[in-house]
Design a binder for this molecule. Structure first.
Ligand code: GAF
Length: 387
């Protein structure tokens, strides 16, 4: 068996430690950064994420009955059988992400193989880089292979979303699973969240002397689940009032007319964010298709302003990071992910990563914030077998 990274080696070692022997295989799924298109996925709109090199790796082997999972970040080993796998919510904590995938597969009629799983990860947790979706996608990929399930790649994101929505209980959209499962190295994933059609858009920043710097604001996520659900309900209510299936159906040039039909100023702001953000994704894709990477900078920054002022999902830490990165020469910067903390991304000249990190760190220092944690995000492949 070959392993292609420390994380894979850790997963294999965790398997041997807890269960003895060797796994049947190793499967990896990455975290993601969303280049642009925030809170548009559950509005049937457009998103443009790319996968990170940071991954969850699952070492797995078939067994006789039930499912057992352990992870190298906890001493806990969780076992569940048919009963728990049939009852959303029966398994809680980190293992819910494993049980949820088993449940979603079985609920869709698949004969899921009983298995032992050992998990390792280097996706930062709680940073808005989709560590939990990476775990679910790695588990799904492992179980699909182990059971030789006839499960086309296009159908996999919806199953992971069902696991997340109905078993784990988080009302998330379809972006993160699609990114983790379907991204390609050197490309961003242009996803139409209604049709689920994808286009792999070349995004070779290094070839242009550029980099995407990701700074974890280390801001604690507060009430993020409740706020996320509230934003989602507000968008769905607005679509109902406007008489459209989803906010995606409000065209950018019909925005002013739509806003006049909405009495509530807060709802008007939410709608303006979603409609303008969809258009920014389309504009970004157009620029990338013609190789004009630097020119997407202002769209990234406009996306941030829209999240800050209209969708109201930023916190001071991310606003300060965006401002400081721009002052230090970034072409554009924005918060990425669900919001209320998490990470900021900045499109920068590759040789400016240290200088821009230092500028943001110094601004954080002045505000009394905990220093940000940097990583340079390289567009990487989606979920795959790695050993
Ligand atoms: C979270 C969700 F999981 C995604 O579905 C998406 O809505 C995102 O927030 C905001 O764009 O990552």
């Amino acid at each position: 068996m070959t392993t292609d990274s420390d994380v894979a080696a850790r997963a294999a070692a965790a398997f041997s430690d807890r269960y003895g022997g060797k796994p049947d295989g190793l499967w990896a799924a990455p975290g993601r950064v969303n280049l642009i298109g925030e809170h548009t996925d559950y509005n049937d709109g457009f998103v443009l994420p790319f996968a990170l090199p940071e991954r969850v790796v699952v070492a797995a082997a078939r067994t006789d009955a039930g499912w057992t999972a352990c992870s190298d970040f906890t001493t806990e080993t969780v076992t569940f059988g048919d009963v728990e796998a049939a009852a959303p919510g029966a398994v809680t904590g980190w293992a819910a992400y494993v049980a949820g995938v088993v449940w979603a597969l079985r609920d869709a009629g698949f004969d899921v193989p009983p298995a032992r799983l050992a998990i390792a990860s280097d996706v930062p947790v709680g940073a808005g880089l989709s560590s939990s979706h990476a775990l679910e996608c790695a588990v799904l990929t492992a179980l699909a292979d182990l059971g030789d399930l006839d499960l086309p790649i296009e159908d996999r994101p919806r199953l992971v979303q069902r696991s997340e929505n109905a078993y784990v209980g988080a009302p998330t959209g379809i972006m993160d699973q699609s990114a983790s499962l379907r991204c390609r190295a050197g490309h961003a994933l242009f996803l139409d969240c209604r049709s689920l059609e994808v286009e792999h858009i070349p995004f070779d920043v290094a070839a242009e002397g550029l980099a995407v710097l990701v700074l974890n604001s280390n801001a604690p996520h507060s009430h993020s689940d409740g706020e996320y659900g509230a934003r989602r309900r507000s968008c769905e209510d607005a679509a109902r009032i406007l008489g459209v299936p989803a906010l995606r159906d409000v065209p950018a040039d019909g925005l002013e007319t739509a806003l006049k039909q909405l009495d509530d100023a807060v709802v008007r702001r939410r709608v303006r964010h979603v409609v303008t953000e969809d258009q920014r994704v389309l504009d970004t894709v157009e620029l990338l298709r013609s190789g004009r990477i630097r020119e997407i900078g202002p769209l990234l920054t406009a996306s941030h302003a829209s999240m800050r002022d209209d969708f109201e999902i930023t916190v001071p830490q991310v606003d300060v990071a965006v401002e400081a990165a721009l002052m230090a020469g970034a072409y554009g910067a924005r918060m990425t992910g669900g919001g209320f903390g998490g990470c900021v991304l900045a499109l920068i000249d590759a040789d400016r990563a240290e200088a821009i990190t230092a500028a943001v760190t110094s601004a954080y220092d002045q505000h009394g914030f905990t220093a940000p944690t940097p990583l340079v995000a390289v567009p990487s492949p989606g979920a795959t077998r790695v050993g």
